[in-house]
Design a protein. Sequence first.
Length: 366
Amino acid sequence: MTRVRTAVIGVGHLGQHHARILAGLPDVELVGVADSNPDQARAVAAKLGTAAFPHHAPLLGRVDAVSVVTPTVHHHEVAAAFLKAGVPVLVEKPVCRTVAEADELIGLAAAAGVPFQVGHIERFNPAFEELSRRPIRPKFVEAERHGPFTGRSVDIGAVLDLMIHDLDLLLSLVRSPVRAVSAVGAAVFGGHEDMVNARLEFENGCVAHVTASRITRHPKRRLRVWAPEGYAGIDFVTRKLNLVQQSEEVRRHGLRVDQLDAAAKARLKDEVFGRYLQTLTLDGDRKGDQLTAELKHFVDCVRTGNRPRVTGEDGRDALALAERVLAAVRSHPWDGVADGPLGPGGLPQPAGYLFAPAQLARPDAA
Ligand code: NAD
C-alpha cells in the first residue's frame, strides 16, 4: 500500500490535531473527518480541504485506517465498527470504558489481523524514548501529572484522564505484575475524582507513588526513577531526561567517607556530582512533537502490518490497573473507619475556612 487513506472520528480539542497531522504526512490522504457535531466536522474539514461527515458509518469502506478521538464513552462503539470491517484503528487513551470492552476490541483486531494502537502518547515523548533504550530496573518511582481544570474529559476522572498515562509508562518500564494498590482521591467539583495519589507495589519489589491532579494551577508532568543502575528524571513538558550514575571509582570501591583526609572531605560537597556521581542531561525538545511521531508510527504499522509500540493489550492493562486504583480510591475511609465517609464522593464536611472568604487571595497566589 503506497497511499494510505485515513479519517479521524471526533475532531474536537485533540482530534483536529490528529486530522491536521495526518493531512500533512507524505503518502497519506485524509479522506474525511466525522463528528457528531456537524458544525465542528465542517469547520475542521474546510480548514484541511477534506470532506465532513456527521457520523462515522459513511467512511467504512473508504479508508485504510482511522484515528478515533471521540470522548472515551464512544471509543468502543466506533473502534468496533472499523475493526469489524478489517480497518486498522488508533484509538485515543483510555482505550475504552471497561476491560471487557477492551478485550472485545483486541479480539476483533486479532480476528481481522490488523494493527490496533492505543494513544498513550508519552511513549513517544523523546525523553521517555531515550530512557526506554537504557538498561534500567526501577525500584522506586515517583510520577506526578498535574494540570489545570479544562472542563474537558469530564465523562471520566483524573485517573482515567491523566494518571493512566503514568500507569502505562510504569507497566512498560517495570515489566512486572502489580501486587498491591492503595490510593486516596478527592472530588473537588463533585462527580469524578479530581486528584488522586496511589501507591503501587510490584511483584519484583518496585514501589511507585503516582499522583494526578486536574485542578492544579501550574502544569507539571514528571517521572523520577531510582534503580540499581542510577537515577533518571524525566520532565515530559520540557522533554528533558536527567541521568545520574555512580562513577567507575564508586562502582568499584564505594565511597568511604571515613577514609578521606580533611581536605578531601572539605571538597566532598562540591565533588559529589561530577567525581562520584556522573550526570548527563538529554534535551529532546528539538526532536519534533510526539503526536506526529505517534501518528507516523501508526501509519508505518498500517503499511507494514507490524505490531504497534502501544498495543490494545497495553491499553487494556493500563485500564485494568486504573480500575484497581479507582477501586482503592472509592474504598478509602476518610476517618479511618469503614462505616464513615469513603472517598472520593464522601469527603468529610470542611471543619472551617482556611482563610476568610472576604480576604480573597490574589488569583496568582496558589
Ligand atoms: P472533545 O470533547 O474536545 O472532542 C470530542 C469530539 O468528539 C467532539 O467534537 C464531539 O462532538 C465528538 N463526538 C462525540 N461523540 C462522537 C461520536 N460518536 N462520533 C463522532 N464524533 C463524536 O474531547 P478531547 O479532549 O478531544 O478528547 C477526545 C479523546 O482524546 C478522549 O478519549 C480523551 O481521553 C483523549 N485525549 C487524549 C489525550 C492524550 O494526551 N493522549 C489528551 C486529550 C484527550
